[in-house]
Ligand binder design. Structure first.
Ligand code: BGC
Length: 428
């Protein structure tokens, strides 16, 4: 064996509602498309048509041997107007969850993943404290309607990525460039994560369940100085790390709100995660405050560095905050022609398997190629491809490799030779 996966590790894939479902829902992303802001012009109203094909997709998950599946709910679909709930949408999500359970696939439900209904967006969205009750109502709805079928929850996906892309860099809706608002969104999301953590536990306890697991999906990167001997570069790496993820993480996991985040809701210090959701993709190399990529290193098709060791480095960052199991809630790469994804999987799973940290789940990002936010459908992260004309799903070589890893509980020489040996990362 090249490596054996940890015994208790559950393996599966991850998805997000807006990226797969399709449909003319009135969300900020459908709106962003209408404003012509998607680079390749593809429309989230199509995405993967998963809303129409959920049965077929669930069958495929089962055929591929998935043990766990991370899926999201679309807020704008469930609540098309303020204060209104679409019961047909509730019913369909319930059917999907039921089918997953029937197939022996354990669902992990993401309550918020970058998308807001336009009625929420128009009144200031996540920037305004008085709007946070709307997210809390969504949490309540999720547990009331799905709480008997789901024990594992992600409150919010990647608050740092959402806040910076939407309010600092202006790339995502509503396209603002305002540092003050970016920080407001971060502190509001951290507050909501903790309030949701408490509410989900409280409600499921009342329903008689004792197996509830709640966490956030944290996007973490390794920040490295461009030149390790240059004190300025080192300072910039430290500051970028703190501003992008470090300070926010402490607030979310520990209820410790340090400057520049404010603890306006008077949350006591505590322990607000039952597991650490880790979304890990890459390392940033910096010589100023912000982001950057080193030269001459393995890169994916979006130019992100491929740095497998970072998976453990980021998991260790989380574990230092609070000793909890690590669930890799996303890890994957943009490989448009599936020419190095098997090696990517191999190198990352090897790091995970050899680590002393308590990795308990691994959700590959992602299942089917999907709507990759502003990149549209052009950036492909999937184990399964989707024909743009017919919607037909085809399992890629990397998808077959993933299934074999699950079946064999690791990678042996035969699998390595068959899937990985011929693949190289491109160094640029
Ligand atoms: C997000 C996903 C996204 C992935 C790849 C993560 O930041 O949670 O929605 O598709 O990265 O870019």
């Amino acid at each position: 064996m090249d490596f054996l996966l940890p015994n208790a590790l559950l393996m599966g894939v991850s998805s997000a509602a807006t990226q797969i479902e399709g449909g003319e829902v009135n969300s900020n992303w459908n709106d962003w498309y209408r404003q012509g802001r998607i680079t390749d012009g593809t429309d989230p109203a199509t995405a993967n048509d998963h809303w129409l094909r959920w049965q077929e997709d669930t069958e495929l998950l089962a055929q591929m041997g998935m043990q766990v599946y991370r899926l999201g709910i679309e807020w704008a679909r469930l609540c098309p107007r303020e204060g209104e709930v679409d019961e047909t949408a509730v019913a369909q999500y319930r059917q999907e969850l039921l089918l997953l359970r029937e197939k022996g696939i354990r669902p992990l439900l993401t309550i918020h993943h970058f998308s807001n209904p336009m009625w929420f967006e128009k009144k200031g969205g996540w920037t305004r404290r008085e709007n946070l009750k709307d997210y809390m109502a969504l949490v309540e709805l999720a547990v009331d309607r799905f709480g008997d079928l789901v024990s594992d929850y992600i409150t919010i996906n990647e608050p740092n990525v959402y806040a910076t892309n939407s309010y600092c860099f202006g790339m995502w809706p509503p396209g603002e460039k305002n540092v003050g608002r970016t920080l407001q969104v971060m502190e509001n999301m951290a507050t909501c994560h903790i309030r949701a953590y408490q509410l989900i536990h409280e409600k499921r306890r009342k329903m008689g369940y004792t197996d509830t697991m709640v966490g956030a999906a944290n996007h973490l990167r390794v920040f490295a100085p461009k030149n390790g001997k240059n004190p300025w570069h080192r300072l910039c790496a430290g500051l970028s790390e703190a501003l992008f993820q470090g300070i926010l993480l402490k607030a979310m996991i520990r209820g410790e709100f340090a400057f520049p985040l404010r603890n306006f809701d008077h949350i006591p210090k505590g322990e607000y995660s039952d597991f650490h959701g880790l979304n890990y993709y890459s390392r940033s190399t910096v010589d100023s405050i912000g982001d950057g990529v080193r030269e001459n290193c393995p890169k994916n098709d979006l130019g992100w560095e491929i740095y497998p060791q970072g998976l453990e480095e980021c998991a260790a960052m989380l574990y230092r905050q609070l000793p909890r199991p690590i669930w890799v809630t996303e890890n994957g790469t943009c490989d448009n022609t599936d020419r190095f994804r098997c090696r990517y999987l191999y190198e990352h799973l090897k790091v995970l398997s050899r680590s002393e940290l308590p990795f308990a789940r691994y959700y590959h990002w992602c299942f089917c190629d999907n709507f990759e936010w502003v990149e549209g459908n052009s950036a492909k992260f999937g184990l399964v491809s989707v024909d743009p004309q017919t919607g037909v799903r085809t399992v890629k070589k990397s998808g077959r490799f993933f299934s074999e890893i699950i079946r064999r509980g690791g990678v042996d020489r035969e699998l390595y030779e068959q899937y990985v040996a011929d693949e190289e990362f491109e160094v640029r």
